[in-house]
Design a protein around this ligand. Structure first.
Ligand SMILES: [Zn+2]
Ligand SMILES: [Zn+2]
Length: 277
């Protein structure tokens, strides 16, 4: 209990900034699997997303917490039907937040309106730890934070478990997006249960066949269970989306307005030809 209190007392923005500093430095000083130019410019563009999100969240997280507290005080949700020890309920709640996020993420790839917001995250042609920040703020607020409220309404999960879930997910986010070499045996051990960088790299691959896979954030078991798990050799990867593959389409300003622009999705044929759908 004490450890949870300690974690929850830290301002989440400090944790996020601290994680970025650690991962960004590691990428800078160690050998990386993907070569990279203009790291400073790339970092700056991605940080702008996080600044906007932080400002909006002063208001929106309060609403989210208010809604979940209200659902809990009315004892709405499946977990209220059973008597569970504190730690089991906490563990189960974190798993359930991860479970719904998997399905929302999967839907974001299939529903055109949601894809307009989500493609901002996939637009990054040079992925590193700062890609963690590259989400359209409207996606995180309207889709994912509403999804958390929905999780609380269906399952009866609370704000404490949600805060811990976000603490864990941000560690995973930075790890998954990081441009770092790591021992490959981790893929066949921890990677059976947890999302590893190589899994998420496949998710950022340009070919839609691969983009539409490995949706999980913490537990890769969702992809293994629901048939969306895919792997490919890391050396062959090309990140991003063809329709965003030019310098002017990588800027914060363009990306922030991109959900309101009609941009055709371009998929590549196996022989290297391109086609639009
Ligand atoms: Zn995605
Ligand atoms: Zn990602």
């Amino acid at each position: 209990m004490e450890i949870i209190d300690t974690i929850l007392k830290i301002n989440p923005n400090y944790i996020i900034i601290g994680l970025l500093a650690i991962f960004f430095t590691l990428e800078q000083v160690s050998g990386t699997p993907f070569s990279f130019k203009q790291r400073g410019y790339h970092l700056f563009q991605n940080i702008l997303f996080q600044i906007v999100l932080m400002i909006l969240n002063i208001f929106f997280v309060s609403i989210q917490v208010y809604c979940i507290d209200w659902l809990n005080s009315s004892e709405i949700g499946l977990l209220y039907l059973v008597e569970l020890p504190f730690w089991s309920k906490l563990f189960l709640s974190i798993v359930l937040y991860d479970f719904t996020t998997y399905w929302i993420h999967r839907a974001s790839h299939k529903i055109p309106l949601l894809w307009r917001l989500h493609r901002v995250h996939h637009s990054d042609t040079t992925m590193d730890s700062s890609t963690t920040f590259r989400f359209h703020p409207l996606e995180l607020i309207l889709i994912y934070q509403t999804g958390n409220i929905l999780t609380a309404g269906i399952f009866g999960t609370d704000v404490t478990s949600m805060a811990l879930y976000y603490f864990i997910i941000y560690i995973f986010f930075f790890l998954e997006h990081s441009n770092l070499n790591y021992p490959k045996w981790l893929n066949s051990t921890f990677g059976l249960i947890f999302v590893m960088p190589d899994h998420h790299r496949v998710h950022h691959q340009q070919d839609q066949f691969y983009t539409d896979s490995n949706y999980a954030d913490i537990l890769i078991i969702w992809d293994r269970l629901f048939g969306t798990f895919k792997m490919m050799p890391v050396e062959k990867m090309k990140y991003g989306l063809i329709e965003f593959d030019s310098e002017n389409k990588q800027s914060f300003l363009y990306l922030i307005k991109s959900p309101f622009i009609n941009i055709k999705r371009i998929t590549r044929e196996p022989k290297g030809k391109s086609k639009t759908e």
